[in-house]
Design a protein around this ligand. Structure first.
Ligand SMILES: Nc1ncnc2c1ncn2[C@@H]1O[C@H](COP(=O)(O)OP(=O)(O)OP(=O)(O)O)[C@@H](O)[C@H]1O
Ligand SMILES: Cc1ncc(COP(=O)(O)O)c(N)n1
Length: 275
């Protein structure tokens, strides 16, 4: 690799959030805090705040292809993730570009419905993820409703969560993280199923807060950052969980709805002089 271009670089392929709490904005803030250089392919633009998504517009195939090509021509992307992909055409265009260029390990966050209720991926888009894009995924990170949608079945127990992860792995993703943030149990349980068939649980105490806008984006981009820095999958996921937990716990007051996370929290806790 050219020494001039050797600083760790990561990529998010997703939608913007004008409110700053989720999507590409949450991804880039997280990557920045994780000490990797953040880059982005914008797939869609949302008019959004902490209360909800008021409107969105997905971009053309040409400008999406050109963004990928610009990155490939100049940068050395070491790991990438996807987030909001809007519809089947956009999932397919992202698939074609990731198939064409080597941007390192790929974390697929199958964003379907925003916390405020807006549908960010069409039904045909979900099918395109299940049949095509998932096959490129080094890791997929569905929340519980997304995992249920991927397997077209309900998940009603912890053994059901493991069976779901195994079914999702069979669809083509190498590693699976099912996030357990939804619901109101006192303990939040996430499940990780690794490529070799081993699995482990990540438990944390539920933080009782409505400031959880962008939790999924934040954990997936923390994982991508650590993959870009050379961590193995298990360490990267454990780091991601720690990063998001601190970002949820140390609440900041922004907006009137589902407030954003505190992306400074991890470094502030690690090193009081970091920021
Ligand atoms: N209230 C909470 N307390 C503690 N941890 C939480 C809480 N909510 C979410 N998490 C953690 O945050 C991470 C993301 O989980 P979540 O289920 O919220 O993802 P998501 O629904 O995809 O997020 P988003 O809706 O932002 O895309 C997981 O590690 C989960 O355990
Ligand atoms: C552009 C974009 N990407 C992802 C989310 C999901 O985040 P959340 O479920 O916390 O609203 C979002 N609201 N907007």
């Amino acid at each position: 690799m050219n020494k001039i271009n050797s600083f760790p670089q990561a990529l998010t392929i997703a939608g913007t959030d004008s409110g700053g709490g989720a999507g590409i904005m949450a991804d880039m803030k997280t990557m920045q805090e994780c000490r990797v250089f953040a880059t982005a392919v914008v797939v869609a633009v949302t008019a959004q705040n902490t209360v909800g998504v008021q409107n969105f517009q997905a971009l053309s195939e040409e400008i999406i292809n050109d963004q990928f090509s610009s990155l490939n021509d100049d940068l050395e992307i070491r790991a990438c993730k996807s987030g909001m992909l809007a519809d089947a055409d956009h999932v397919d265009w992202v698939y074609q570009n990731l198939d064409k260029y080597d941007f390192g390990p790929f974390v697929l966050d199958p964003v379907m419905i925003a916390k405020g209720g807006a549908q960010l991926l069409s039904d045909q888009g979900i099918e395109m993820i299940k049949t095509k894009l998932i096959k490129l995924a080094t890791l997929i990170t569905p929340n519980m409703p997304e995992a249920e949608r991927l397997i077209d079945d309900k998940i009603e127990s912890q053994s059901g969560m493991l069976i779901a992860a195994q079914k999702i792995q069979k669809l083509g993703a190498k590693n699976v993280l099912i996030k357990g943030g939804h619901g109101d149990s006192e303990t939040v349980r996430d499940l990780v199923l690794l490529e070799d068939g081993n699995y482990f649980w990540m438990d944390s105490k539920r933080v009782h807060t409505d400031r959880t806008h962008g939790t999924g984006d934040t954990i997936s981009s923390a994982i991508v950052s650590r993959l870009a820095l050379g961590d193995d999958m298990r360490s990267a996921i454990l780091f991601g969980k720690d990063f998001v937990e601190k970002a949820i716990k140390n609440t900041i007051q922004v907006g009137h709805g589902h407030g954003p996370l505190n992306h400074w929290a991890y470094n502030l806790e690690q090193n009081k002089n970091a920021i």
